[in-house]
Design a binder for this molecule. Structure first.
Ligand code: 5GP
Ligand code: ZN
Length: 112
């Protein structure tokens, strides 16, 4: 059993509110939402952070980026959204499995 929280969410060992999934990614609601809409987009494969990306991950990262506007629209965010990626302890990363935060709607937070 993996000791990575998000690998365990991908495997279904820890429940989550999934809103989308395919062969490359899983998307679920953040457990502690910072805005009306707060999703986490994660690759099924374990990648620690932006810091550990390799050239062969380029296609996956581009795929995740291009998925964001579609997810935002599906959540009713028709006039925009915010994307945050925390990298490393100094960047506020708490879970070391790469994830894109997709935020929008009421109470959209600043960068603080
Ligand atoms: P980070 O600070 O690493 O960029 O963000 C980690 C995010 O994961 C936080 O926003 C936190 O609320 C969320 N999170 C932590 N544990 C869980 C969990 O078990 N389930 C879900 N759905 N989200 C989680
Ligand atoms: Zn993982």
């Amino acid at each position: 059993m993996s000791d990575c929280l998000f690998c365990r969410i991908v495997a279904g060992e820890i429940p989550s509110e999934r809103v989308y999934e395919d062969e490359k990614v899983v998307v679920f609601k953040d457990i502690n939402p910072k805005a009306e809409v707060h999703l986490l987009v994660i690759p099924r494969q374990h990648i620690e952070s932006l810091d550990s990306l390799r050239a062969e991950d380029d296609e996956l990262i581009a795929y995740m980026m291009r998925l964001l506007p579609r997810l935002a629209r599906d959540q009713g965010l028709h006039d925009g959204f915010r994307t945050i990626i925390n990298t490393g302890k100094g960047g506020g990363q708490l879970v070391f499995h790469l994830h894109l935060h997709l935020l929008g709607g009421k109470n959209l937070p600043g960068f603080e």
